[in-house]
Design a protein. Sequence first.
Length: 373
Amino acid sequence: MKGFLQTIILLGTIQGFIVSGLLFYSPRNRLANRLLAAFIFLMALASFGLYASLSNWFGSPWLSFLSSFVPLITGMLFGPLMYFYIRAFLEPDFTLGRKQRLQFLPAIIDLGAPFTAVIFLIGVLTNTVKNNPVPWGIFIDTYNVYSDIPRWASLAVYTWLSFKYLRTYRAAGKSVAGLAWLQQFVWVMTAFLAIWLLYLVPYVIPRYTDVILNNLDWYPIYVPITILIYWLGIKGYLISWQQLVTDKKTEVVLPVATVDTAVVLLKKAMEEDHLYLNTALTLNVVAQHIGLAPKTISAVLNQHLHKNFNEYVNGYRVNLFKEKLLQADADQLTFAGIAADCGFSSVATFQRVFKQVTGMSPSEFRKKAPEML
C-alpha cells in the first residue's frame, strides 16, 4: 500500500513541475498564471521532498547533508500566492506592489531549518561549534514540527481573505468567466485546511508526534496535496487555455477612426498631462481622464500598440528616468529619488521594470550614460 501511495505522490510531483512550467510561460493573464504556477510548483517541491525521503534518495550522507540546506517545504507562501492569484485573475491591472510583496516576508519561517544547518556548518568550519550534529538535528526536527502551526494559520487567514474578496466581488454585481472556478478553488483549500488541522492537532503534541509519524507518516497530508496538484494543474491550465481561446474569439475590432482618436488621447494624457507620474495610476483612471471605455483603451493598447497597460505607462516612466539620469546634476540624486519622481511606486518595481525595458540595470545604465550625452 505504501508503495502505491508513494507512486501516486511521485506522479503528482512530476505533473506539478510540468504544469507549473506550462502555466508560467502561458501568454494569457501572465501574472495570474505565474502566481498559480508558483503555488503548484511549491506544492510539487514539498511532495518531491517527501518522496525522496521515503524512497531513501537522501540515504547517501552527502545528499542527506546537502538536503538540509534546501527549503523544500515553503508553506508560508501558499496563502499569499492563492489570494494574489485570485485578485490577479479578476483584476486586469493588478500588480504586486510593495504592500503585496511584504506579505511574502513570513516565508522566513520556512528558512529556519536550513538557516540552522548553515549556522552549524559555519560554526564547525570556524571551530566555534563542536562537530556534534545530534543536538542541532533534534532542534531542527522540533522546529519542523512546530513551524507547521504558523503555516496552517497563514493559509487559513488567506483562505478567509479569499472568501471575503470573492463575496465582495459578487456583491458588487460583477461577473466574469472563471469566477465559479475561483470559488471552487477556495472551497477545496478549505477542505484541505480541515484535513490538515485534524492531522496537526495530535502531531504537535510531543507524546503523539512519533505515534502519528510511525503509523501514518505524512500520507494523510501529502495524498490530498497530490490530489490538489492534479486538480489545480489540469483545471488551472484548462481555464488559462479557455481564456486565450475566448479572447481571440471575442477580440474587439475597432474602427480606424476610434483607434486613431484613442492613440492621440493616450499620448496627450501621458506626454502633456503627465498622468504616468501618478504612482496609483490605473486603467480606469486613464479611461475617466480621456473619456473612453477601459475596454476600448485595452483593445487599442493590445492590438495596435502591442503593449498592455502597465507596459505602456512604465515605458514613459523609464524614458523620463533616463532623461533625468542624463542631466548634469544626476550624480547628486539617488535612484530611489529619481524613480519616485518618475511615478514608480517602489524601488523594487522600478528596478524590475527598468531591466525589462532596457535590458540593463539602472547602475549599468548610469555607467554608460556619459557615452550617450
